[in-house]
Design a protein around this ligand. Structure first.
Ligand code: ATP
Length: 294
């Protein structure tokens, strides 16, 4: 039996370029792994099965991203996919924190260990990219820039630790629907090519949370707010409670708030728990490691 712990991500910058001929967008994606974790346990079994512990809405069939990961790894390595995968979910479902991709990354690492296939880091990253553009980052963790569809990754050195508060919403948002809304909102304006933010890079180098808070940027936020108007007041509540940065995480609807210290994050979390904006409020730190066997 092998258990792998894998983190959620928040996008410190999500720059979305014009829609390409293949329907995808060129992205500038600064990923940051935070201490909200799913766990995937792989146990020998006659056939591939998936069980999920935690929130509803996660498929348990072959469309679960962890199942796809196990099948892909088995076929790549030439082994039978004889494994029971048990997913303990703490990352919100359809919350813009890449929970499904995280589970796929964890399943790759867990099955590689269980089946003793001994694949290299590069091979696992390549298999991950075939499952989804957020999967390689869940293997890598830390803070990284992703270009292209988000899958060409370069790790970044970030000074120190950042303290976050996440407001989980009741119900998710579909990532394709948010991209479609983003295209609709920008249909009549020129869409610039996204570039990595210099202010963000400088803030990561110094580890200054106030500078990082000012540099946070998410081009999908207007689309998420358009589909879920209540998010505007939720973000405002965080700013009013003293967050040094507030943004929608990825495609939303999770709201991410940056605090200036661990104790500030505690007080911010308790202030936001007292509002009616969130189904639950969680404190986390980043950056943390990617998928690891525990
Ligand atoms: P991203 O931030 O990568 O756009 P997300 O965090 O918004 O994704 P996920 O939680 O990854 O969204 O899942 C989106 C959908 O994918 C879910 O509604 C579910 O139907 C499907 N899915 C497949 N496998 C999983 C999994 N292991 N965990 C959660 N959702 C999964």
């Amino acid at each position: 039996m092998t258990t792998v712990r894998v983190p959620a991500k928040v996008n410190l910058q999500l720059g979305v370029g014009p829609v390409r001929d293949d329907g995808y967008h060129d992205l500038v994606n600064v990923f940051h792994a935070v201490s909200l974790f799913d766990e995937v346990t792989a146990t020998p079994a006659p056939t591939l099965t998936i069980t999920v512990e935690g929130p509803a809405g996660v498929p348990t069939g072959p469309d679960n991203l962890a199942a796809r990961a196990a099948l892909l790894l088995a076929s790549h390595a030439g082994v039978e996919p004889r494994v029971a995968l048990h997913i303990r979910k703490d990352i919100p479902v359809a919350g813009g924190m890449a929970g499904g991709s995280a589970d796929a990354a964890a399943a790759l690492v867990a099955c590689d260990a269980l089946w003793e296939t001994g694949l290299s880091r590069e091979t696992l990253l390549g298999l991950g990219a075939r499952i989804g553009s957020d999967v390689p980052f869940a293997l890598l963790g830390g803070t990284a820039v992703g270009l292209g569809r988000g899958e060409r990754l370069t790790s970044l050195e970030a000074a120190g630790e950042f303290h976050w508060v996440f407001g989980y919403a009741d119900g998710g948002l579909s990532t394709p629907a948010v991209y479609a809304e983003c295209d609709r909102l920008r249909a009549h304006e020129p869409v610039p090519w996204p570039v990595v933010s210099d202010d963000l890079m400088a803030a990561l180098k110094t580890g200054d949370p106030v500078a990082l808070g000012r540099a946070l940027q998410n081009d999908l936020q207007p689309a998420a707010l358009s589909l879920r108007p209540s998010l505007a007041a939720a973000l405002e509540a965080g700013t009013a409670a003293g967050a040094v940065g507030a943004l929608v995480s990825g495609s939303g609807p999770t709201c991410a708030f940056l605090a200036s210290s661990a104790s500030h994050a505690s007080s911010l979390a308790s202030a936001l728990s007292d509002t009616a904006h969130f189904a639950s409020v969680r404190q986390a730190r980043g950056p943390v490691l990617g998928a690891v066997v525990v």
